[in-house]
Design a protein around this ligand. Structure first.
Ligand code: F6R
Length: 606
């Protein structure tokens, strides 16, 4: 949600800033801007629209200088427009922001009374004027004083007119890092912005203020006492963050799933064939005597949680609740000291998931993060963290991250099952081997790309459609429906197949598409009955099931055959099929697959 790049060094700043913005474009893409010191004076160029539009503006009227800040925006306060684009400028400072300033109205009134004039509808402009009003020559002091007043979440990057060659930053509840180069330094939302230049970075803590010059990075707490943080090195490389010959990041990431899956799973299988989290330094007693588990997450990660619930209850017989993180935090959840609360997040920065995690910690639960981005806030704040090894996920719609989240939850379910005596070692070993074998199912599902692309025009030809499924298939139906609607802007609903008769079936009209997930042999006949019910009312159906499933051909118009495997291991192949359906529908409809409208990859505001 909003991407931030700050640079000071020996290169042309606009080149570095634009490279960084393109790499962060997945975080928001409704407007963009830069402020650069040119001949010692801050010059600002900004525009509504994509980064390319900003690049075109800068190509027409280049800015020359070696220090500056840049922003790609996902609008919160104020429509996407030139004036609302960041940076916002005041007398002494140009500032950009990711987050929400909650008390901006109150501060704005005070500043208006002092004669400050506002040109935008943003909360951010308030911060620019506030810092400027507090500035008496020392940027750090002005920032620290301003932060005492500001409530809400923020990652700021700033340049001060009197201090060319320096960039300042501050953070609270929004990610910000300081990346380290040779004779150049950076302030960034995340390291993917500058993998081309450096992989080394410091993660800032909430309350930190940072100052970078070409040679130095100085980090302070909010009382301006120096603080030091460990230096991290990104494990991702530039190629991973590029399209590598695919038309879209999403397609590349769909095809990266076998590799991401094997990396994630193999790391957690010991030579004796049993699953383990010792390599993540998870203490054995985390799982011992675990009586209740709560999973908190948002969107796709929450659907991974639903799959996790099914597996943990199946293999370990431990009750699991799954909550949308934004609801959990406001629903006065019952959290007992011995509960294990699992926060699942690709980005590790999702504001609601982070808040749910903090609440659980406060109330004494043990917390475990399942996170993809190294050093992210959820990873750092969880008592324990297990990293999924998907590599960078750039497309806004999550694909490979979900697969590895599910893989991790399988491993967790097996460990818990072994720990509490529900699974003996031999059974656990067999299940672990079956899990590893899912890499082949994923591969086989990928080979369906062309047939799936060919099916799309026949089945997804209405503005509105249904996904249905039972058990594990229900969680996958929810995810399939989400993927389709976010990418293609179609109205799509997912239902537990048995629920259709309790209301939604009244929406079935002639030709309405219904996509049925039927990978669970144990409930397939029931799902098939539901398909026949909708077909009898005019629906057109697609069945996604195992190759060997025997289903009356009257029940479906189209069928996608997935590799055969035990019911509990079908989600990996099924999810690939649904990702491909959504992908090809979006491509065929001419939608912007990697950057769907209104969305952002990392949702760092509530
Ligand atoms: C959908 C999607 C979102 C994310 C959700 C949580 O394709 O990507 O629903 O899954 O915003 O994000 P993370 O996993 O970063 O917490």
């Amino acid at each position: 949600m909003c991407g931030i790049v700050g640079y000071t060094g020996f290169r042309q700043a606009t080149e570095v800033l634009l490279t960084g913005l393109y790499n962060l474009e997945y975080r928001g893409y409704d407007s963009a801007g830069v402020s650069v010191f040119e001949d010692g004076v801050i010059q600002t160029v900004k525009t509504q629209g994509r980064i390319q539009k900003l690049a075109d503006k800068l190509a027409a009227a280049p800015l020359h200088g070696n220090c500056g800040i840049a922003h790609t925006r996902w609008a919160t306060h104020g429509v996407p427009s030139d004036v609302n684009a960041h940076p916002h400028c005041s007398e002494h400072v140009a500032l950009l922001h990711n987050g929400i300033i909650e008390n901006y109205l109150e501060i704005k009134e005070e500043l208006l009374a002092k004669g400050y004039q506002f040109v935008s509808q943003t909360d951010t402009e308030v911060a620019a004027h506030l810092i400027s009003s507090l500035y008496t020559g020392d940027p750090l002091e002005a920032i620290a004083k301003a932060l005492e007043r500001i409530e809400g979440s923020y990652a700021f990057a700033m340049v001060f007119q009197d201090h060319p060659n320096r960039v300042y930053g501050a953070r609270k509840d929004s990610p910000l890092i300081a990346a380290v180069g040779q004779g150049e330094n950076f302030i960034l939302s995340d390291i993917s912005a500058t993998l081309k230049y450096t992989k080394d970075f410091y993660v800032l803590d909430d309350g930190d203020i940072v100052e970078i010059s070409p040679e130095t990075i100085r980090i302070f707490n909010h009382q301006l006492q120096p603080v030091s943080h460990p230096l991290n090195t990104a494990h991702w490389n530039v190629e991973q963050a590029q399209k590598g010959g695919y038309d879209h990041f999403m397609l590349k990431e769909i095809f990266e799933q076998p590799e991401a899956f094997v990396k994630t799973v193999a790391r957690h299988i010991l030579p004796d064939g049993l699953p383990s989290f010792v390599r993540d330094n998870i203490p054995e007693d985390l799982f011992q005597g675990c009586r209740r588990i709560q999973i908190v997450a948002c969107g796709t990660a929450m659907y991974a949680g639903m799959v996790g619930k099914n597996l943990i209850e199946r293999f370990a017989r431990i009750p699991v609740s799954v909550d949308v993180a934004s609801e959990y935090r406001y629903n006065n959840p019952i959290i007992d000291k011995g509960d294990l609360v699992i926060a699942i997040s690709q980005s590790g920065e999702t504001a609601d998931t982070l808040a749910a995690l903090r609440l659980a910690k406060q109330q004494g639960a043990k917390t475990l993060g399942i996170v993809n981005v190294f050093g992210s806030t959820i990873a750092r704040e969880s008592d324990h963290v297990i990293y999924t090894l998907a590599g960078p996920e750039i497309a806004v719609a999550s694909t490979k991250a979900l697969t590895v989240q599910m893989a991790m939850l399988y491993l967790l379910a097996l460990c818990l099952g072994m720990e509490n005596g529900q699974l003996d070692r031999e059974r656990c070993r067999t299940l672990t081997a079956q899990l590893l074998d899912c890499q082949n199912h994923i591969q086989q599902a990928l080979s369906l790309a062309e047939p799936i692309s060919a099916i799309v025009p026949g089945i997804i030809d209405r503005e509105s459609l249904f996904f249905i499924g039972r058990g594990l298939d229900y969680a996958l139906a929810l995810e399939g429906s989400l993927k389709l609607k976010e990418l293609s802007y179609l109205h799509s609903e997912a239902y537990a197949a048995g629920e259709l008769k309790h209301g939604p079936i009244s929406l079935i009209t002639d030709g309405m598409p219904v996509i049925a997930l039927g990978t669970q042999q144990s409930v397939l006949p029931k799902t098939v009955s539901n398909m026949k019910e909708v077909k009898a009312r005019g629906a057109k159906t697609l069945l996604i099931c195992k190759k060997s499933a025997k289903v009356d051909t009257d029940a479906y118009d189209f069928r996608i055959d997935l590799p055969d495997c035990p019911d509990e291991f079908t989600p990996f192949a099924a999810i690939v099929a649904m990702q491909l359906l959504a992908y090809y529908k979006a491509v065929q409809s001419g939608c912007d697959v990697d950057k769907p409208r209104n969305l952002a990859k990392s949702v760092t505001v509530e």
